[in-house]
Design a protein around this ligand. Sequence first.
Ligand code: NAP
Length: 277
Amino acid sequence: MVNGKTKIYGIIGNPVSHSLSPAMHNAAFEALKENRIYLPFPVEDVQAALMGLKALDIRGVSVTIPHKQSVMPFLDRIDPVAIKIGAVNTIDIQTEGATRLLCGSNTDWIGANRALESRVRLPQAQVVLLGAGGSARAIGFGLREAGAGILLCSRSEPKGKMLAGELDCPWFPMTALTSLRGEVLVNATPVGMSPRAEASPVPAAILPSFQVVMDIVYAPLKTRLLREAELAGCRTINGLEMLLYQGVAQFELWTGLAAPVDVMREALLDWAGIERG
Ligand code: NAP
C-alpha cells in the first residue's frame, strides 16, 4: 500500500500511456514486497521535469522517446557508454549530503547483451547487425563493450557508414546480406512489426548460416524472421528479452536488489497480451 515511506520511480516520455515498464517494475516491487511504486509521467518540458524529480525526491526514472537525447544537457553525471551511444534511458537520483544528483546511463545495450549472452558467448561472436537507428546504436556499442565483432548492414548508406565509423566496423548495404557470414544476426529495424508482420528484413535462404537470431521487434512476439530462423535450425531470441533485461538492469541499479526476472517477464507478456511461444 502506498504510504509516506513509499519510494517513487517512473518513466518520462511522450507518449507514455503505451509503455510496458510500469507493469514490469510494479510487478517486481510487489513480488519482493518493496514499498516502491513506478508511475508513467507524460513530459513535454524536459528541463522542468528533471528539476521536479529532484524537488519531489523521486528515486529513479526510465527515459523514453522523444527525450533520450534531450535529457542529457540537464544531467549532473552521465556514464561513459551512454555518452558514446548519445542517449540516456535511465536516470538514478543519488543523494550526496544535501545535494541530489541526476545520474544518467543507458541500459538498452545491457538488455541486448544479456539477452544475447543467454544463447551465445559474445566475445567470440561475429554479429551481423541490421539497422542504423537508435536501437542499432545502443546494441552496436554494447557489442563493442562485450568484445564481439560487428558487420553493420543498413538501408541508408550515410547513416550506416557514420555509425560503422563510430563502431569501427565495416558497413554493408542490405543487398550484400547474402554474402555476409557470422554466428549471430540481430534485427534492429522495425521490419516485421505489426501491422506489417508479413515482412522479414532478410531472405530466409541466408538463415541456416547463423547459429543465433535475435529480433528486437516484439509485436508480434514471434516475427516472421524468428519463425523462419527456427525452421532453419537457429536458436532465437524475441524482442521482449531486450526490453526485459534493460528493465532488470534499471531495477538492480535503483534498488541494489537482484531482480525477479521471471516475474518481470510474465508481467510484460500479460500486459502486452502476447501469447507465449
Ligand atoms: P529508428 O531509430 O527509427 O531506426 C530504425 C532503423 O531501421 C533505421 O536504420 C532505418 O533505416 C531502418 N529501417 C526502417 N525501415 C526499414 C526497412 N523497410 N528496411 C530496412 N531498414 C529499415 O528506430 P529504433 O528506435 O532503432 O527502433 C527500431 C525497432 O526496434 C522498432 O520496431 C522498435 O519498436 C524496436 N525496439 C525494440 C526494443 C526492445 O527492447 N525490444 C527497444 C527499442 C526499440 P533508415 O536509416 O534507412 O531509415
